[in-house]
Ligand binder design. Structure first.
Ligand SMILES: NC(=O)c1ccc[n+]([C@@H]2O[C@H](COP(=O)([O-])OP(=O)(O)OC[C@H]3O[C@@H](n4cnc5c(N)ncnc54)[C@H](OP(=O)(O)O)[C@@H]3O)[C@@H](O)[C@H]2O)c1
Length: 311
């Protein structure tokens, strides 16, 4: 299977390279395929003719997005739309990754796909706009909302806390935001399982670029919007406690509020985050795709970091 991965050097992109190894992978980054360039995306997909396109490219700097709204919009909205259009035109299956930050966190039960989004931050808004654009284009798309992503690759909370937990005596971590830590490897595997569930007559054999849609409608199919995250929920503080414990750190983890955290850095809160954003994953689990308890996947990730001598 030929799979085009955008943002291939980001943490999800690198994880996807691992999980889809053995396939014909077309790996692109900002330099080789800038997803904000509609013409370049259209041409690239036309020539490469992938069966599947996974958009792992995004503007992910949540605070910076409040300042650099134009760029966040270009990448998270226009980029997603360009790829969805190219996928629809060629009949490729398309994956767009979205976020729990589309919700305002005012619920007290995990969010389901039909809950009304109400992003608190511009990052969340730009990701929601990207979702809407992909759905409006149509075709054979999956939008997967995920949360609190970590992996052995790139920079993320797990790697930072595991390192600091070994170096420092004390770590103050935000305890008033609850979510679902998600191992990027589990998300990539879920994508693989979803591809396997697509009926073979909807996976293009020899894509052609006639400009007409070959995309199956999402009405009577498995395509559409899903939540996928680690099972269970915790605060960043509880997440950090588990990271320090599993990575044999010595630091005492101390809870603090988001306001205390910002004040300790001499800042005011730049981007508001949802206080409660766990994702209910029943819809994807009904397809037979299992979510994994977050502690179990975290242990696997820490083990890999130890094996790689990164800890
Ligand atoms: N990280 C999380 O906690 C989290 C939570 C929920 C959802 N998500 C979603 O999960 C997805 C993957 O996130 P991640 O953590 O893997 O992000 P990441 O590590 O920041 O990777 C994003 C990649 O996109 C690339 N990129 C940026 N602009 C581009 C452009 N115009 N064209 C092509 N590539 C471009 C970046 O390259 P440069 O580094 O060179 O800019 C980077 O390699 C995103 O859709 C994100 O919104 C993430």
């Amino acid at each position: 299977m030929k799979i085009l991965i955008t943002g291939a050097n980001g943490q999800l992109g690198l994880t996807l390279q691992d999980v889809f190894a053995g396939n014909d992978l077309v790996l692109t980054d900002k330099e080789t395929l800038d997803i904000t360039d509609a013409k370049a995306v259209d041409n690239f997909v036309d020539v490469a003719k992938p069966n599947v396109i996974i958009n792992a490219a995004a503007y992910t700097a949540v605070d910076q997005a409040e300042i650099d709204k134009e760029l966040a919009k270009k990448i998270n909205l226009n980029g997603a739309k360009n790829l969805a259009a190219a996928a629809k035109k060629t009949g490729a299956i398309f994956f767009q990754v979205s976020t729990d930050f589309v919700f305002d966190g005012k619920k007290s039960k995990p969010y389901v796909e039909s809950d009304e989004p109400n992003p608190l931050s511009y990052y969340g808004q730009s990701k929601l706009d990207g979702e809407k654009a992909v759905a409006a284009v149509g075709g054979k798309y999956f939008i997967l909302r995920t949360a609190w992503l970590y992996s052995p690759f790139g920079k993320n909370f797990v790697k930072t806390i595991a390192k600091l937990g070994r170096e420092k005596e004390e770590l103050k971590i935000v305890s008033d935001q609850i979510g679902c830590p998600t191992y990027a490897y589990d998300l990539a595997l879920a994508m693989k399982q979803l591809i396997d569930l697509v009926p073979s007559n909807q996976v293009i054999e020899q894509p052609v670029s006639t400009g007409t849609s070959q995309g199956g409608s999402s009405n009577d199919s498995i395509f559409g919007l899903y939540h996928f995250a680690g099972t269970g929920e915790c605060s960043w503080f509880e997440f950090a406690q588990e990271i320090v414990k599993l990575s044999d750190g010595k630091a005492k983890v101390i809870p603090q509020t988001s306001y205390e955290y910002a004040a300790s850095r001499g800042e005011t809160i730049i981007a508001e985050r949802p206080k409660y954003s766990p994702l209910n994953c029943d819809k994807i689990e009904k397809l037979g795709i299992k979510t994994i308890p977050w502690q179990e996947s975290l242990a696997k990730c820490i083990e890999i970091l130890k094996q790689n001598k990164e800890l």
